[in-house]
Design a protein around this ligand. Structure first.
Ligand SMILES: NC(=O)c1ccc[n+]([C@@H]2O[C@H](COP(=O)([O-])OP(=O)(O)OC[C@H]3O[C@@H](n4cnc5c(N)ncnc54)[C@H](OP(=O)(O)O)[C@@H]3O)[C@@H](O)[C@H]2O)c1
Length: 245
């Protein structure tokens, strides 16, 4: 088996996902750059290679069954296994006036769209990649979540938690809950799975308004992607440590 570890990052063409790919590439991982748009994907691969990373593009729309099974086949052909899966691709869904998603007026199709990408997409990709991950001696799965998923923080009036995002935030709570179910299923195996919050990061997602850089946002996911065998599983982290559910 090749010594070089293989990582797939979804939504790796820009933002936090790109920086996770770059960070893993700098650590010597061979990086599969999952992205749905060909031009954006190839430009990210070029940029990563120019920075010295061993990167290759993987066409991947997390909402498409066929796209995801084709991606798994491509990675199997190119690399034979996976050591790391970072489920980073995510959307907020359209925001209402004042950058709020008001629960009392939510468009149900918007809710379905965000769940499809942020939750079902992660389950679809994880299950398609699992046969490849199981070939690794130390598989790591990272689900990029958000501190807005923390019901403990959202329900505490004394904690500043930002605007109401009634479509987006619950999808990340759902994702966290799914992460725990996977961790239970993987108990006793070598697979570690955790959720990561990047903090408030200046990307397309936030209209480039966050105080953190994408590189800073990538740090926790990279740490969880490279955990030692005795590392944690089934938990939820930000830079400062564990986030309460
Ligand atoms: N920015 C923040 O402050 C913040 C805070 C907490 C959590 N997060 C989470 O961090 C992750 C990355 O966000 P970001 O800030 O880097 O946002 P971003 O710059 O908008 O990047 C999102 C990435 O996801 C991809 N994507 C969206 N839908 C996809 C699909 N169906 N299939 C494949 N790829 C898809 C996008 O691809 P396209 O270019 O093709 O659209 C893009 O590469 C998300 O899960 C987000 O929820 C972000």
């Amino acid at each position: 088996m090749s010594e070089t570890k293989i990582a797939l990052v979804t939504g790796a063409n820009k933002g936090i996902g790109y920086e996770i790919a770059a960070g893993l590439g700098a650590l010597g991982y061979r990086v599969a750059v999952g992205a749905r748009d060909e031009a954006r994907r190839e430009s990210a691969v070029e940029k990563l290679r120019a920075a010295g990373a061993d990167a290759f593009g993987v066409p991947l729309d997390v909402t498409g069954d066929r796209s995801v099974t084709d991606a798994a086949e491509l990675i199997e052909a190119r690399a034979g296994r996976l050591d790391v899966l970072v489920n980073n691709a995510g959307i907020s869904g359209e925001m209402g006036p004042g950058w709020v998603q008001d629960p009392t007026t939510l468009d149900l199709d918007l809710v379905r769209t965000v769940v499809e990408t942020n939750v079902i997409g992660v389950i679809r990709v994880t299950n398609a990649m699992l046969p490849l991950l199981r070939r690794s001696p130390s598989p790591r799965i990272v689900n990029v979540s958000s501190s807005v998923a923390s019901l403990t923080r959202q329900a505490d009036p004394d904690i500043e938690v930002g605007p109401i995002m009634a479509a987006y935030a619950p999808t990340k709570s759902y994702l966290n809950a799914v992460t725990v179910q996977y961790a239970r299923q993987f108990a006793g195996t070598n697979i570690l799975i955790n959720a990561a919050c990047p903090g408030l990061v200046a990307t397309d997602f936030t209209g480039f308004l966050g105080p953190r850089t994408p590189e800073q946002g990538a740090a926790t996911a990279i740490r969880l992607a490279t955990l030692p065998d005795d590392g944690p599983t089934g938990s939820f982290f930000e830079d400062d440590g564990v986030i309460p559910w």
